[in-house]
Design a protein around this ligand. Structure first.
Ligand SMILES: Cc1ncc(COP(=O)(O)O)c(C=O)c1O
Length: 488
């Protein structure tokens, strides 16, 4: 067969108007090197102009706006003045390996040097399939089918969509918990119980909210509403302020879901990946959900990776035929090469370095030391709770106990910090002791401690000694000092 080719000039658009050659000037772009060397004043201007001017207000309250991180390694950030900041925040659980773990850097560098491919859509990807295999290996029971994405929200969106299709069109309703957090994208917003995040958006209606850990409320809902097809719960509530259900709850939940044929989705985005001293937090209770989700540390703190992992029979019900296979297949960056190999290496490091065992044992030590601090300052510390490296430190609400003279001054400060000691403590821990901790949107009295799983007892000692010294100053001194720093 002869293939006729047209001359090159004939391949240009027939009848196209004559266009003058365009010259496109390069816009005023910042280069990579300029970005690295930018000072705090310029960063602040650009943040205000292009990212989120309102957020800067909170950063200023906490003193976070003064820090420019130049480097990060292991348990520490290093700022522009060479200050070493101990990271007990851990990116809300995204830094299991600390910052820049050498094995993850090396795996990524080799991948780049070998000029490996990234996008996993046209051809199957050896990296995405290997990561899916590894996730099936670390997941109990027949949690074998894996959807790869880039974030926790995306993994949770995949989970609720799968549950809805597997439950069938007559059972679209979801049971979710008070104070839940499952992400801010439009779908899962309907099961994220925060007025702030809901922001008066239009939600999917008909979902049923129950108190977290209340098995009776769940049974009542299942019994009274046959349109309920799934239940979505964090195994340990993170955004709610490190809240656990009692141990028997999960066994009873599994039995109820089996009885009423309801699909149980366990959100392990924050509490999973070894953080509580088991790979999944639900493994403490000897039960297996029907669908689960991971993100945060799954990418080793270097890549954006989220995953939904589902029981095979559920997956097959929803997407198991050629006709249904593409309904929720991977998005553009799902299973992308370098992110996948980072996640593969990270899982290997997690087991090679016994980090799950470390989270259990060093996490116990952290809890013990915090309980001793609670015993020393019972009028300041109300509760210490958690498992492994997912720990909540709750302060008494001091807004009513503060001396009268200080109340108006504190009231001048932002609504968000009023009545909550955690903002003041967090700000001073950073300013005076070079320690970073996290706050809790739903419960302003709780500081969340989620250090990297590489954290050693000596880091726990540095943190606890700093906290002890700060609380030893007393509430009035802490508040006065904070207020002074705001009016400077
Ligand atoms: C329990 C839980 N689910 C889902 C998400 C959403 O994850 P992402 O922020 O990666 O979208 C988070 C994030 O904090 C989370 O804590």
């Amino acid at each position: 067969m002869t293939i006729m080719t047209r001359p090159a000039e004939a391949r240009t658009l027939v009848n196209a108007p004559e266009l003058a050659p365009v010259s496109i000037a390069k816009p005023d772009l910042i280069t990579v090197e300029e970005a690295k060397t930018m000072d705090v004043a310029r960063m602040t201007d650009l943040f205000k102009a292009h990212i989120n001017p309102g957020q800067l207000h909170f950063m200023k309250l906490l003193g976070f706006h003064k820090v420019k991180v130049e480097r990060a390694e292991g348990m520490y950030y290093f700022d522009q003045d060479g200050r070493k900041i101990l990271d007990f925040f851990g990116g809300f659980g995204s830094l299991a390996f600390g910052h820049n773990h050498p094995r993850l850097l090396e795996a990524r560098k080799r991948f780049q040097d070998e000029k490996r491919h990234e996008i996993a859509i046209a051809f199957m990807s050896q990296y995405a399939t290997a990561l899916a295999h590894n996730l099936a290996q670390v997941s109990p029971g027949d949690l074998d089918m894996v959807f790869l994405g880039s974030t926790g929200s995306e993994a949770m969106e995949a989970a609720v969509k799968l549950a809805e299709r597997a439950a069938g069109p007559k059972r679209p309703k979801i049971v979710y918990a008070e104070n839940s957090f499952h992400g801010k994208t439009k779908g899962v917003l309907s099961i994220t119980d925060g007025a702030l995040y809901r922001g008066e958006f239009r939600l999917v209606d008909g979902n049923v909210r129950v108190p977290f850990g209340d098995i009776q409320a769940i049974e009542n809902a299942f019994r009274s509403d046959p349109a309920i097809g799934s239940i979505v719960l964090e195994t340990v509530q993170g955004g709610g302020g490190i809240v656990q259900a009692d141990g028997m709850f999960w066994l009873k939940l599994r039995a109820l879901c089996d009885k009423y044929n309801v699909i149980w989705v366990a959100d392990e985005v924050q509490c999973g990946y070894g953080r509580t001293g088991r790979f999944y937090a639900f493994e403490h209770y000897g039960v297996v959900p029907d669908i689960t989700a991971l993100a945060k540390s799954l990418g080793g703190g270097k890549a954006a990776v989220g995953a939904m992992i589902a029981k095979r029979d559920i997956y097959m019900k929803a997407y198991g035929t050629p006709k249904t296979a593409m309904i929720h297949a991977a998005a553009t960056f799902g299973g992308i090469g370098e992110a996948s190999i980072t996640a593969i290496e990270a899982l290997n490091v997690l087991y090679d370095e016994n980090l799950i065992e470390n989270a259990a044992s060093t996490g116990d030590y952290l809890l013990k030391r915090l309980k001793a601090i609670q015993a020393k300052y019972p009028s300041i510390v109300k509760d210490v709770r958690g498992k492994g490296f997912m720990v909540g430190l709750e302060f008494h609400d001091f807004s009513q106990t503060l001396p009268m003279v200080l109340r108006p001054v504190v009231a001048l400060l932002d609504d968000k910090l009023k009545g909550s000691l955690s903002g003041f403590v967090g700000a001073l821990l950073l300013r005076d002791y070079d320690v970073l901790v996290a706050f809790t949107e739903y419960n302003r009295n709780v500081i969340r401690l989620e250090p990297p799983l590489i954290c050693q007892p000596e880091h726990v000692d540095v943190f606890c000694d700093a906290l002890d010294a700060l609380l030893g100053r007393g509430i009035v001194a802490i508040v006065k000092d904070f207020v002074k720093s705001q009016v400077k």
